[in-house]
Design a binder for this molecule. Structure first.
Ligand code: ADP
Ligand code: MG
Length: 793
């Protein structure tokens, strides 16, 4: 059900109740029940109608009216209440005037506040229009329109002191200027003769920007920065950045902010406006006043002033820390409120020490420290009344499934059923076999439910689930898509592998079981925290003992064939080999392009390795065909599998000892690491060869990261650093947060601290209605739109 559908389903009975005179007769079990059942995504609704049965008619009518308005407005009350407020109860159909002062705003009319329009400060002619072009309308936009970067102009130098190769910023008066064409390379140079304040002359040079000529009239006072070239007594500056109005005090003699701007809107103007805004506030109110001291955060007034016009690098750093903290806090609050995560009641499980002992006794191995720790975190969730929503991350083979089995066992001991969902049939079958091993000896019945099973068999499983003869069912997503009825589903485990988006459905698991998601994708923790704001994250950061890391080597096109000579050797030992090739062309039809590339490679290899049995797996195959090829590979029916990237991550092929990846530079590092995880799962010495399709320095140094590290999370962090969050393959569609200054790759500590505070605040005040949160709520409403997030239903 989408949120809109939910809204409709709630509105109908509410309206009927209203027309029935608010007698609480419309919904069996009471109106409040209905809202509790369906109203999770609308926390304020549940709040409005809490205690409905006990209310008098007048109050009921009033609350009903409000609730209907709230739903009918189609907006999430906490998050999207209009920024510039509407009258407290607008007559239907009337659009609120955007300029009306807000009744909730912390300032009195006439005073300066966050929502004051920019015209309130002197902008000069055309100023309002310019700011409008940059999306700046109220003072809040100015205060939180942080500089893009800063220039250190504290000590403006004389040209005489400059050294060859140095980066420098100088102020000079234009003496003369000319446009020069270089004879050989056909470049256009703007050359400007300057004199600095001490009377020394120098030349400023702009490459291929002939239009600059018009912007540098003789006699103008310019500030120019760039790299210095010294030829004897002649000093030139290769200009990278320049400004006129260099006489402005805001632009010289300090660390100077450089704002995001566009053609025709000067930095000097933006600096002036920022300065006046800061001056207009006697003191900028701080939404985190009640928490600031305990967290050791500087106050907002100070932080904003320093962020725009820093006194020193140290102060700037502290100021940015505070502003990032706020940005992440608002994001976390938004995600948490959006998903209603903290409010969900789940179920309570008992955990007896002797149950765990029995489970461990039956395990053919001992849990690693990391597994024990994560199991502890899971059990703590299961023992609490809140619905568990936990993401367990760990490299392929780190033992996630084994830990999940322990949780399923505890659920079964409590008389509840469990489900484990896998993305493909072959993985479901593998999980089924493993769970049988872990659970069958303990008297837990495990069943498999996949699409390819004969109808009669399926029906049997469905029957057994309904009557609770089956404790644990393993299946594909069909488990939640088809109409599977459980007697009492208590714990759902979702093996997400590299797929995303399953989470959104967890709320639809009707009986509200505890939910555990397992993922082998090394999503950096900071990313996981912000993307899955309502999920707790556990990390299995240790492989079981005795695993030898996969030896990894980067080859170039020149040495490429060595990879296949090595493959021949491995196959001669009875081992198996994966060869993976990425899509070569960016065609309209990706699957076709992939298929062509893979087919070509397979043909080449058949010629090169005539005695080797080679088969092909590609994206155009049906799911059953793919499963069949994997099954045959697993059973040793052939030696070498050429595949596009469709091969399933979790499938165990114990005899596979070599993974060759062609055009490895086309993959993300995290993905390469995941591909590599497919070998080395049977205790045999294993190898991964990355073949670089081109051998630029950048490519090779990227691939060396994989060569040198087997730590999936280190690699994922690096990947995030090198490519930025949006590019991590597969994450794009999940709605990455759009941050102004926060950086997912490097701000982990801030993210975790702000998340703690967000939880603390919402636990005490889920609707942000306490007086000390008024300002925070307002900031959330006003700035939440700018902060991206994922839709939960
Ligand atoms: P994942 O789900 O993270 O891929 P699994 O739970 O499937 O990992 O474990 C991978 C393999 O390692 C399985 O064969 C499992 O039996 C084995 N295994 C899991 N935990 C341990 C451990 N602590 N010591 C030794 N082997 C383990
Ligand atoms: Mg697995």
């Amino acid at each position: 059900m989408t949120k809109d559908e939910l809204r409709e389903r709630l509105l109908r009975p509410l309206r009927r109740e209203l027309s029935d005179g608010a007698q609480d007769r419309v919904v069996a079990g009471g109106l409040e029940k209905l809202v509790q059942n369906l109203g999770q995504p609308f926390p304020e609704l549940a709040h409005l109608l809490a205690g409905y049965r006990e209310m008098g008619t007048a109050q009921r009518l009033e609350r009903l009216q409000k609730a209907i308005e709230l739903l009918a407005s189609g907006q999430d009350p906490i998050l999207t209440a209009p920024v510039r407020a509407k009258p407290s109860q607008p007559p239907p159909g009337q659009v609120a005037s955007p300029a009306a002062p807000s009744p909730e705003a912390p300032q009195a009319v006439g005073e300066i506040g966050f929502d004051t329009p920019v015209e309130a400060i002197a902008l000069g002619p055309g100023g309002k229009k310019k700011l409008g072009e940059l999306g700046i309308r109220v003072l809040r936009d100015l205060l939180h329109g942080y500089p893009r970067r800063y220039e250190d102009r504290r000590a403006l130098q004389s040209v005489r002191e400059l050294e060859e190769g140095q980066k420098a910023t100088v102020v000079g008066t234009v003496l003369s200027r000319e446009l020069v064409k270089t004879p050989r390379k056909g470049m256009q140079l703007v050359q400007v003769r300057f004199m600095d304040a001490w009377g020394w002359k120098f030349t400023g040079v702009w490459f291929n920007q002939p239009w600059v000529l018009k912007q540098v009239p003789e006699g103008a006072n310019l500030l120019v920065s760039g790299r210095v070239q010294r030829r004897g007594g002649n000093v030139s500056l290769m200009v990278e950045y320049f400004e006129d109005e260099a006489g402005e005090s805001l632009s010289t003699g300090r660390i100077v902010p450089v704002y995001p701007s566009r053609e025709g809107i000067s930095q000097a103007f933006l600096r002036r406006v920022a300065w006046r805004t800061l001056e207009a506030f006697a003191r900028i109110p701080d939404p985190l006043e009640p928490y600031r001291a305990a967290l050791g955060l500087p106050d907002l007034d100070w932080a904003l002033r320093q962020a725009h016009f820093p006194d020193s690098e140290e102060k700037l750093e502290r100021a940015l820390y505070r502003l990032k903290f706020d940005e992440f806090l608002l994001l976390e609050l938004k995600v948490m409120i959006q998903s209603g995560g903290s409010a969900l009641l789940g179920r309570y499980f008992r955990v007896e020490p002797q149950w765990l002992e029995r489970f461990r006794d039956n395990l053919p191995f001992t849990f690693t420290k990391a597994q024990e720790r994560v199991l502890g975190e899971i059990l703590a969730d299961m023992q609490s009344e809140r619905q568990m929503a936990r993401l367990v991350q760990g490299d392929v083979g780190s033992g996630k499934t084994a830990v999940a089995a322990a949780a399923l066992y505890i659920a079964a001991q409590n008389g509840a059923q469990g489900a484990l969902m896998a993305p493909t049939e072959i993985l479901a079958k593998q999980h089924y076999q493993n769970l049988q091993k872990y659970l069958f000896p303990l008297g837990v019945t495990v069943d498999l439910l996949v699409g390819s099973m004969p109808m009669a068999e399926k029906r049997g499983v469905l029957e057994r689930l309904k009557s609770a003869h089956t404790d644990v069912v393993v299946g594909t997503h069909a488990l939640i898509q088809e109409r599977v009825e459980f007697k009492d589903l208590g714990l759902a485990v979702i093996d997400e592998e590299h797929r995303f988006g399953v989470l959104q459905r967890r709320r639809l698991l009707g009986s509200r079981p505890d939910v555990l998601v397992m993922s082998a994708t090394p999503i950096p923790r900071s990313l996981a925290l912000t993307m899955y704001g309502d999920l707790e994250v556990s990390l299995i950061d240790e492989l079981p003992p005795g695993r030898t890391p996969v030896k990894t080597k980067v080859l170039t096109q020149k040495t490429r064939l060595q990879a296949y000579a090595f493959a021949r050797q491995e196959i001669a030992k009875g081992h198996q080999v994966f060869v993976v090739t990425p899509m070569i062309e960016e065609g309209d039809n990706e699957a076709t392009a992939e298929l062509a590339a893979a087919t070509k490679l397979a043909d080449e290899l058949r010629e090169l390795l005539p005695d080797v049995r080679i088969e092909l797996l590609h994206g155009k195959m049906k799911a059953e065909e793919k499963d069949l090829v994997m099954e045959r590979f697993k059973n040793g029916h052939f030696d070498l599998l050429v595949s596009t990237t469709v091969i399933e991550v979790g499938v165990d092929i114990p005899q596979a000892t070599l993974m060759i990846i062609e055009n490895a530079e086309r993959f993300g590092l995290a993905q390469l690491h995941q591909l590599r995880g497919r070998v080395g799962r049977g205790g045999l010495e294993s190898y991964c060869i990355l073949i670089a399709g081109e051998s630029s320095k950048k490519t090779l140094s990227r691939l060396r990261i994989i060569e040198e590290s087997t730590d999936g999370f280190y690699i994922a962090e690096k990947d995030l650093e090198l490519r930025g969050p949006g590019e991590l393959r597969g994450l794009r569609q999940s709605g990455m947060p759009d941050l102004r200054i926060g950086d997912l790759a490097s701000d982990q500590e801030i993210i975790e601290k702000s998340r703690e505070l967000a939880k603390q605040i919402l636990e005490a005040d889920p609707y942000l209605e306490a007086p000390q949160h008024a300002l925070l709520k307002r900031e959330l409403q006003a700035r939440a739109e700018a902060i991206g997030f994922r839709e939960v239903i």
